[in-house]
Design a protein around this ligand. Sequence first.
Ligand SMILES: Nc1ncnc2c1ncn2[C@@H]1O[C@H](COP(=O)(O)OP(=O)(O)OP(=O)(O)O)[C@@H](O)[C@H]1O
Ligand SMILES: [Mg+2]
Length: 262
Amino acid sequence: MRIITFVNNKGGVGKTTSSQNVAAALHSLGYSVLLIDMDSQASLTAACGVNSSLISGSVVDFMGGRRFSELAEHLTNGLYLIPASNLMLDYQESLREHKEYPVLLRTALKRLNSSHPKAFEYVVIDCPPALNVFTALALTAAQRFYVPMQMEPLAFDGLVGLMEWITTNHLFEKFGGLFATRYHPNASGKLPHEVMRMIQKKYSKKLILPHIRQSLSLARAQGMGLDVFSFDPHSNGAEDYLTLARQIDRQMTQLEKSVSLS
Ligand SMILES: Nc1ncnc2c1ncn2[C@@H]1O[C@H](COP(=O)(O)OP(=O)(O)OP(=O)(O)O)[C@@H](O)[C@H]1O
Ligand SMILES: [Mg+2]
């Protein structure tokens, strides 16, 4: 079971869009995929066409030991979602004080993997726009995390702050890379290139992943509760997310090989 997550404490940078569409792209490559919504705003849940006020439980119940079959939403063959709801916020304190925090999500996924061996080849987790309990649970569960960001003047400062937090919390070794979302080379003069150069200078070039162009189809698909591959498979959004997912998949395959060798 390969577990990845999309993290950025800045809001509106494309975490949910990336979680949904990288998951859909991996599914189109033939993998069975489980999506997990760790954000009490439940945007991913809504983007998958699921009404969060009608769900029988959320990821908090999954971590509490509720059966997967009682909670999971079946999106299509080989693609499932464990949803979120705004009630999750009430559990922040009790989760933090739980003696097994922050491994609760990792433990629940291990339990799922042993009761349904090989049911899911990938787990893709969407995080809230905060470095809170839910993000910490996702980062602990994941083998790799990815940072979507928008190429705007303050993005680089925000990124430096995020990377400092990641380093302080000994998570840098799980950093799979960052990528630009809503990328538009001419949107603000030379800015995107400048920001990219600054990033390449500070971090390894290998950590810069393929960007996602601005694409109306991505927003429209979400509004209809669909991923972009179901909505408009020939759009820039579909093309870019497939390219990104292939790169992530190559990285995860390599990681698996290196772990099995060591
Ligand atoms: N490449 C893109 N092109 C056009 N619109 C996009 C693109 N990526 C994301 N969007 C739109 O931008 C908005 C914010 O994206 P998204 O919800 O994925 O960000 P987020 O980081 O998850 O936000 P939050 O921090 O609130 O959870 C959404 O309306 C989404 O449809
Ligand atoms: Mg989101």
